[in-house]
Design a protein around this ligand. Sequence first.
Ligand code: 5GP
Length: 192
Amino acid sequence: MELLKERIRKDGVMKPGHVLKVDNFLNHQMDIGLFNEIGKEFKRRFADVKVDKILTIEASGIGIAAIVAQYFECPVVFAKKSQSINLDGTMLSTQIESFTHKRKYEVIVASRFLSPGENILVIDDFLANGCAAMGLVHLIEAAHANLAGIGIVIEKGFQQGGVLLREKGYRVESLAIVEEMDPETQTITFRE
Ligand code: 5GP
């Protein structure tokens, strides 16, 4: 998606440790015009897939998924990162290792929001080692629902997540795949 790549080139900041900061338009301040284009692009790429619901993970996935869902005309469920007293009923849970915070945490979703047989599209902002996406897939499996696909805004192609998920046979659509990035020179190369 050329518009997204241009925006990453313009506003993305490369940090040591393979971290790309896109706070200016994706992760903190949100460019809703761009989110709408992202929504249209995911809808185009998953046009042949039946999507009953979108599943994402708090916090950064929520804003993106909410806009994307308007194009699929379906609800959004987000997995929560900690046990909350406001949650009742049966919970599905899985462990995820955070790429950005380097620690493991539990994510949960109320089982009443993921039903057996539903077709679920996973949406997230970044794909690095694939832990977040795999965690969401585990929740879908635990609910006996179907994985419709995985839509990622920015995949870091030099990390293992994309290979891991595709090897498992999952359909992964990434709108921008970073091939290389250099924090020293602030240069970035995308996969064609
Ligand atoms: P993974 O679980 O694939 O290792 O990492 C994906 C998750 O970590 C995403 O949900 C995202 O929030 C975060 N993440 C991974 N790499 C980056 C990055 O380079 N920049 C930002 N802003 N978030 C990242």
